[in-house]
Design a protein around this ligand. Structure first.
Ligand code: HEM
Length: 313
């Protein structure tokens, strides 16, 4: 068969495949072939919506460095979004295997590690003067209001693990998701010092996202990462590599992110109050917050030392 005959054979084969596909949906293939004939070639800028993307970095002030702050948050939110996609994929598996969960967790871990290492930009490449020039225009918004961050938390673990242990000890044994969410750790984080009432930052967040977050938490009750890990452990026994990847995720999100983020707060807020109104020196450090997604996977010593960098070797 010469080259021309080979090419014609391939075209005929593709056409037959297409015919089958459109027949299945009772569609007329000739209409679609005509559409293909008329369609323009795809360009890079249309494919990734470059112009729309570059129109989203509007700032609150005229200070040029504010754009770095906006882009940095936006790119982090994009990685959060990729993480949530993978968490949804995991939740959607009716019969999950250790191979599948391991592959997805590795990807999630790489995303968080990228985010964590990029905090250097906010810490080393922006001076405090540059930051202070625009920050007063940002009140009362705060990364505290990131719905995607909150969704990652409730998609990762049983919601009881997101309640401060001291608070949890005084609550009923069999909490509904709604009751658990109303006691979640961050509700206590952002209160006005003078009155003890929820700060405007929290009130804004809850007005917009309470029902959405509750719906996500309810949907994840039986499909969160911990539940999937338990399912695998029952079916396959203990898979060491998977346990390690789970620990890596827990540590990356609840310690490494928290520490990188805390360094940015220490550098830029020094003696200043935060935009979200928390007592951030007491609220943000992971050794105080002690959020642990998978406490069963850590020893008592590791839990005790949580948030001090040496814990994870
Ligand atoms: C110079 C950079 C940053 C500073 C100074 C900073 C400061 C703070 C502070 C002080 C808080 C406590 C809430 C408040 O009182 O406002 C907070 C919370 C938070 N920020 Fe940032 N932040 C920075 C960058 C980021 C970035 C890039 C993200 C990524 C989206 C982010 C996400 C968060 C999240 C998720 C919380 C809630 C943490 C928790 O509840 O444990 N922050 N931030």
């Amino acid at each position: 068969m010469n080259n021309r005959e080979e090419a014609e054979r391939k075209i005929a084969e593709k056409l037959a495949q297409l015919q089958q596909r459109y027949d299945k949906d009772h569609q007329d293939i000739t209409v679609y072939l005509d559409g293909l004939y008329r369609a323009k070639y795809l360009s890079y800028w249309e494919y990734i919506k470059l112009e729309t993307l570059l129109s989203l970095q509007s700032t609150q002030t005229e200070y040029p460095d504010e754009k770095i702050f906006v882009v940095f948050h936006q790119s982090t939110e994009l990685y959060f979004n990729l993480i949530l996609d993978e968490m949804n994929n995991i939740a959607g598996q009716t019969q999950i295997s250790s191979t599948y969960l391991l592959k997805k967790l590795k990807r999630i871990n790489r995303y968080i590690e990228l985010v964590n290492s990029s905090f250097d930009i906010m810490i080393n490449e922006m001076s405090n003067e540059e930051f202070m020039a625009f920050r007063s225009a940002l009140f009362p918004s705060s990364g505290f209001q990131s719905i995607q961050y909150r969704k990652i938390e409730v998609s990762a673990t049983d919601i009881e693990n997101l309640i401060d242990p001291e608070v949890r000890a005084n609550l009923a044994f069999d909490l509904s998701v709604e009751e658990a969410i109303s006691n979640i750790y961050w509700k206590r984080g952002a209160t006005e010092k003078a009155t003890g009432m929820p700060s405007l930052t929290v009130r804004q967040f809850e007005a917009k996202y309470s029902s959405e977050l509750l719906a996500t938490a309810q949907a994840c009750k039986d499909t969160n990462i911990w539940k999937k890990y338990e399912e695998i452990s029952k079916a396959e026994g203990e898979v060491l590599e998977l346990g390690e990847e789970m620990r890596r995720f827990d540590h990356n999100f609840n310690v490494q992110f928290a520490l990188a983020h805390l360094k940015a707060a220490v550098k830029h807020l020094k003696n200043a109050s935060s935009t979200g109104g928390t007592n951030w020196q007491k609220y943000l450090p992971p050794r105080f917050q002690k959020t642990i997604f998978f406490p069963e996977l850590w020893s008592a010593e590791e839990v005790e030392a949580w948030g001090r960098e040496f814990v994870y070797s």
